[in-house]
Design a protein around this ligand. Structure first.
Ligand code: PLP
Length: 373
């Protein structure tokens, strides 16, 4: 498939310019069909769904996520949110007296907050700051990470600034000092080509509900094979090799970090999204998103909008952020005129994905022009 064929699958594209993939994925005709099938199954024969259907969507989703992100299926756990995945990784890190944990100015709250809890609450929290050019420089990670750093917790692409970090290089710097790397991939997975093995990160957590074209309540936690021997702090029947309560043996893969029944409806919804992405080369998705975000940035700047996301494709992906005094008003005006964007305080955000095209960006730019009149 190509981008235009994917566009045809999404009914919303006929009526609206949907530029909010950093928030929630819309429904395609394939999703509608999959949900209907799942509902029919639940309506007519839940017993058969339970006995014959239960594991299929989960293992299909693990396998497809692994294919999309360059890792092995046995390194993927299905969890309920990006935040839950980051917390599982946090739980696996050995406490170190006098140690520190490194974030950057753009780390997501769910990457930072767990570190205020036992057993890591006493670690020194270090933040690598963005410089005036809006970039978190790799040299500044070099300065902040030392032999006492237990972990580096950052976002691959950040939702407020739209900044893309080079996670392979950060990991190289961190590993040289013996630190573990935990990456929040909520704004990158599904929007670009990712090879997790090549980046060498330790943990990578992402929701399915955004760029992966799936559902809220479903997320994927990549756990590099070298951590599969670590013991979780919680266990359920899904974590163990068997069901015998006198025989406690954890699975020897990332599934030891799962507990019980996954979100079946969410998985049924997530599967078609992953399938769509697998039918197009992820490099093409990345190039498409960079092209649209570049086109939108140029158009917004021409109109005097204070775009904060970097021009250089090296530092951006699908999320474009701007500061706007009337961000809420602009969002509402655009929404009323069939252009879906996002605002958060004075941040105005636009997130084009594979089902968008330049016409959608033109609708956005026209809306910005008309709002100013
Ligand atoms: C970078 C990033 N991480 C995490 C989240 C939240 O993910 P979840 O609700 O799956 O924990 C978001 C949501 O916008 C995000 O942008």
């Amino acid at each position: 498939m190509n981008a235009n064929q994917i566009r045809q699958l999404y009914p919303i594209t006929k009526d609206r310019a949907y530029l909010f993939s950093g928030g929630l994925a819309p429904v395609s005709v394939r999703h509608e069909k999959a949900i209907k099938k799942h509902m029919d199954w639940l309506t007519q024969d839940p017993d058969d769904l339970y006995v014959n259907g239960l594991d299929n969507d989960a293992s299909d989703c693990r396998r497809m996520f692994a294919q999309l992100t360059g890792c092995n299926e046995d390194e993927v756990a299905i969890v309920e949110s990006t935040s839950a995945g980051c917390n599982i990784a946090f739980d696996l890190i050995e406490p170190v007296a006098g140690g520190n944990v490194v974030f950057d100015d753009f780390s997501y709250p769910s990457s930072v907050f767990p570190w205020h809890l036992s057993p890591h609450e006493d670690l020194t929290k270090r933040f690598v700051h963005a410089r005036e050019d809006g970039i978190i420089h790799l040299e500044d990670f070099e300065q902040s990470i030392d032999e006492k750093t237990v972990a580096v917790c950052i976002s691959h692409v950040t939702p407020i600034e739209g900044f893309k970090q080079n996670i392979k290089e950060v990991t190289r710097i961190a590993h040289a000092k013996g630190a573990i790397v935990i990456v929040d991939g909520a704004q990158s997975a599904g929007a670009m080509k990712i090879d997790l093995h090549d980046t060498d990160v330790d943990f990578f957590s992402t929701t399915a509900m955004k760029w992966l074209l799936g559902a809220a309540g479903v997320a994927f936690l990549y756990v590099a094979k070298r951590h599969h021997g670590k013991n979780p702090t919680r266990a359920g029947y899904a974590s163990t090799q068997g069901f015998d309560i006198h025989d406690f043996r954890l699975k020897d893969n990332a599934q030891r970090f799962e507990l019980g029944m996954p979100n079946l409806l969410g998985l049924a919804f997530t599967k078609p999204g992953l399938e769509i992405l697998l039918e197009i080369d992820m490099k093409m998705v990345e190039e498409h998103n960079l092209d649209l975000s570049g086109y939108a940035i140029a158009g917004m700047k021409e109109r005097g909008i204070q775009v904060t996301t970097h021009d250089d494709p090296k530092y951006r992906l699908g999320v474009i952020s701007a500061r706007h005094q009337e961000a809420e008003g602009l969002w509402k005006y655009l929404h009323d005129n069939k252009v879906d964007t996002y605002y958060f305080g004075d941040i105005f955000r636009v997130d084009p994905h594979i089902f968008n095209d330049r016409h959608d960006i033109d609708m956005l730019l026209k809306g910005i022009d008309d709002f100013g009149k």
